[in-house]
Design a protein around this ligand. Sequence first.
Ligand code: GAL
Length: 914
Amino acid sequence: MVTSLRILLLALGMGLPLWVGAALSTNGMPPEPRQRVLLDDGWRFRRGEPPHPAVMLDYDVRPALGRSEDGKDADSRPRRDPHATAHGDAGLKRWILPAANPFIADHAKHHLRPSGDPGGELPELRADFDDSDWQPVRVPHDWASAGPFLAEGPYGGMGRLSSWGVGWYRRKLDIPFEAAGRSIFLDIDGAMSYATVWLNGHLVGGWPYGYNGWRVDLSAYAQPGGDNQLAIRLDNPPESARWYPGAGLYRNVWLNFADPVHVGHWGTRLTTPQVSRETAALSLAVDIDNESAEATEVEVATAIYPLDIDGRSKATAVAHIAAQPLRIEAGSSARISGSTTLRQPMLWGPPPTQQPNRYLGVTTVSRGGRIIDRYCTPFGVRSVRFDPEQGLLVNDERVQIRGVNLHHDLGALGTAFDVQAAGRQLRRLQRMGANAVRMSHNPPAPELLELADRMGLLVLDEVFDSWQMRKTALDFHLVFDDWHEADLRAMLRRDRNHPSVVLWSIGNEVGEQYSGEDGAAIAHELVGIAHDEDPTRPVTAALNYAKPEMPLPAELDVIGLNYQGEGIRQEAEFEGTDRIRTPPQYDAFHARFPNKAILGTETASAFSSRGIYLFPVSAASSAPVRDGAGGDPLAHQVSAYELHAVDFGASADKVFAALDRHSFVAGEFVWTGFDYLGEPTPYYSSRSSYSGIIDLAGFPKDRYWLYQSRWRAQLPMAHLLPHWTWPGREGRVTPVHVFTSGDEAELFVNGVSQGRKRKQPGQYRLRWDEVRYQPGELYVRAWRDGKPWAEDRVQTTSPAVRLQLQLDPDAGEGPLAFVQVSVVDAEGRLVPTAANAIRFRLDGPASLLATDNGDPTDLSAFPSSSRTAFSGRALAIVRRAGAADASVVVHAEADGLAPAALILPAVVDPGATP
Ligand code: GAL
């Protein structure tokens, strides 16, 4: 048993999900009592419905679509749709709804499964169906991200990729004869969307909301030792989201085997009710399901092991919750609670001032001296408190939230989850100084929270973008009434043991902000559910409209403001508009709710295109984008002087000023950390957003250094913009701005001082707006407290002569390699205007997954092996397929330039830790 436990703990340390267990352990040890098998290969996929199904296979009858509202302002008022929900009996809804039962507290509201197996006659559900002409795919899989992009039509909001429609997945399941009598579950970490699962022709269940993880019980339909044919139908509505939702089995899928008496789904709740440096009280509740036909008596015990910084378990337990007996009636569940004390606990907290130490609870369920289940709960010991005056306190230290919002796509990889790609995003953000992520506007992949735990990032976990009122014609409002409780409880149960999660959000800018008491009543219910599942964390919602005297904010534990803190549309040009106009609100909310903490759940929504500088440059420190003033109406790019924002937003500088004037505010979540697919305001012919601090390909925009200058104030740095290669601009005004963690700087053009400037209160950049361009060199020297601090220089480049390749270090070790290309001149300097067509080629066992360049307007499909450089850069994402040491060479070529080649290092550790 020790050996198999060690295998398990090692698996954890390698970043592998819990319980990646072989059915039988080596060394003659007994098998692990629970096996969890990743179903990543062996899938076949087909888009579209089979010919002539006898029944309607849709979940429900959907309202007919009217005219597309693509491109409408993000802060348009959501509305109630009288035709939203069809209440007929057509469709498979009545067979799917019972999957919600474990998450509906009131048993009287549980759903009864009707008899019959709709769809059961489809040949596609049978094991002998010939699916050889279906596409072989690997899961996680996004059926739409490969494109092509839809250049014509109103599809900008959803990323110009055809994610909507029906898709089918088939796979054989290996269910050995020995599994007879065991509980067999299929766990789906996320399927986009409206999933229906059949096993051996039987409709097992499903789940509409694409962002939640869920489980269906296969036990009754499985044929141990026989052929077991799984078929999953997904059905993505068009107009289902304001961004690219992705499509398919885009997160991991697992097959689980357990004793009929086992720890329930997400069945542990580990809290630390009292924490100090000397001691911590641990409290653990465990839910145990008895799916057998007889009542049973078990013993439940838990041992606590420290995890090292890489997530590897130490061998010796440091605390125990002693074995306790528990009786569970047949076909029911029972809860057992225990507690213990940790001496000198290693606390979890965000770097750089704290360390993300973690522990692992290993719970064993035994009967008659035999272990019948073992369940792992990784956790952290920390205290978290939101204080109305001090903001967020982690282990009694005030931690200013320096956060970003993230959507779930991974750029050119689409939404197919990849832990290395996600780790790359988080590391890039942490290097900038970010310490927090808001999972906008839906539960993330579970592995993303695991990464956040390990890296010490704080997480705001959010469940919905809409309630009963719609933002897009077929978004979550269609199923809110039936599913809100199940979806919210599912997220809470799945995520509540993660130390990174410090705050729940029940909704983003929901229409119910406008609806007075009705909206407040929904908020009241949702907050109650969150408190019920997790009494330890506060609940917020992101409010872009509700005002202090309205009923909804009063329901929240923490006030989350989108853009209202800085004020919305306060510029003179918005006078008389019928859009939302709001004076700055931090003080008003603070006065009305002196006992509630406040934070900026969304700030900025500033726009820019990496490396594109447009003239003239606004004299204001924050301005909306307009054609010719921040925006280029022909190229559809936004200026990287980093002064422009969405109409209701603000530049980074303006947000910093608002926060500095309101020290009680807990901090901000910038909209957004990375560019994302879809919602390309202000140019809806594009594929991806302009709001990222980092572009879609992962290259930082200039703003990255503006945030770094503030968020890593102790890091000596200075960053100059724009680039300095402007043939034709000689003698013309070309403003130069500097982002620095220093407080003073002197700018030189070709050695001639342009003056020394000092940041004034409320100023976050230094600007020399009268500089006239002449080729040569820009040089800045920064000081802090009168001492030399940092410098930067930018030179006019000569013509491009060659390509240069570099491995992105933030992607860590693993099968994926993110290869960055730069177009450089004879001196090796990046040519900032280069737009050469680059062709990629691989030698060795690897495939080119995608290429990108971060240009929101680039509509060439992601898998394309050629990519135009954007502002001198491009990216290739390669998956190594061979043995760890097989050599792979990436080649990049472009007409008229010397090519480049890069040998990829061996894959050291495919599950590398961040
Ligand atoms: C906010 C909204 C985000 C996004 C953003 C774009 O109002 O909450 O989801 O749409 O605007 O600027």
